[in-house]
Write a protein that binds this ligand. Structure first.
Ligand SMILES: C[S@@+](CC[C@H](N)C(=O)[O-])C[C@H]1O[C@@H](n2cnc3c(N)ncnc32)[C@H](O)[C@@H]1O
Ligand SMILES: [Zn+2]
Length: 267
């Protein structure tokens, strides 16, 4: 993983069998699934609250293809902004659905990282050419300008780090929920569902150069899928009990999905 830098001293680490070591002897273990943990020992573990069960439920839901229109659109954008052999990073890759989708279709060097070890473990198990590591978005252990493109789906935004890691002519793709995203779900949960405001992240030093809208309609026909979708949303954490009960009674659910992919370049 030639894009990496040691999170402690900034030197490029080298791989020796099951461990990455830098010149200053800081070392990082490679897990049996093949990913490397680049958080210091003190900080490792799972701090994100995404437990194993939630990680698996997210993976199973995405594997069914409900969000494939987004995966396809991100892959098409990556194809336009990069060429063969370029390095592409999935920022906060979660359980790697989008990383794997793109890595199976484009001849680029794919990398992904997430703060959650449970998520990264599942991503590495997808067995594509993509390589994964555990890291924090606030201090991405990647050399300045080392990636041609990075994508960032439904995760915290960190403009300074995004700007630092992309090449001068590089691009950051970031998806935000569109106006109608999951309206069908919100109509069940809330008496007065609101539309999303399509708020773009404040990104000092980055400018939006393109917006691509991705829309679709999905139908879920099992309680398992309805619960998995609900768990993936922010509504899971603040829905009144009445709304919860209404959702519990449903065996099927249809809803629009609606995303905007923003492409940022260095300002
Ligand atoms: C809603 S999930 C999205 C995952 C993936 N991009 C997807 O769309 O399937 C948000 C992810 O951000 C990760 N995350 C949250 N805070 C983070 C941080 N400070 N550094 C790295 N990852 C973080 C979480 O572990 C989680 O996997
Ligand atoms: Zn070091």
């Amino acid at each position: 993983m030639e894009i990496l830098k040691c999170p402690v001293c900034g030197q490029a680490p080298e791989r020796h069998d099951r461990v990455w070591v830098c010149e200053n002897r800081h070392s990082y273990d490679v897990a049996k699934e093949g990913y490397v943990n680049l958080l210091s020992a003190r900080k490792s573990g799972d701090m994100t609250g995404d437990n194993k069960e939630m990680a698996r439920s997210r993976r199973d839901f995405l594997n069914k293809g409900y969000y494939e229109p987004l995966a396809k659109a991100v892959t098409e954008s990556l194809e336009r902004y990069t060429t063969d052999g370029d390095s592409v990073l999935d920022i906060c890759c979660g359980e790697g659905y989008y990383t794997a989708y793109a890595a199976r279709r484009l001849d680029r060097r794919f990398y992904g990282f997430d703060l959650s070890k449970n998520m990264v473990r599942l991503a590495a198990k997808r067995k594509t050419s993509a390589q994964f590591f555990v890291a924090n978005i606030a201090a991405i252990p990647i050399r300045d300008g080392a990636v041609k493109a990075a994508f960032h789906l439904f995760a915290p935004f960190h403009a300074a780090e995004f700007r630092r890691i992309i090449a001068d002519d590089g691009v950051i793709l970031s998806a935000i929920p569109g106006r109608d995203h999951l309206l069908g779900l919100k109509e069940i949960l809330y008496d007065e569902p609101y539309l999303n405001d399509e708020k773009e992240s404040q990104a000092e030093g980055l400018t939006v150069i393109e917006r691509v809208r991705v829309r679709g309609e999905i139908t879920l026909n099992s309680r398992e899928d309805i619960n998995a979708l609900f768990q993936m949303t922010p509504y899971y954490y603040h829905t009144p009990s009445q709304g919860m009960r209404r959702l519990d009674e449903r065996d099927s659910l249809s809803t629009p999905i609606d995303f905007v992919i923003l492409a940022y370049k260095k300002a």
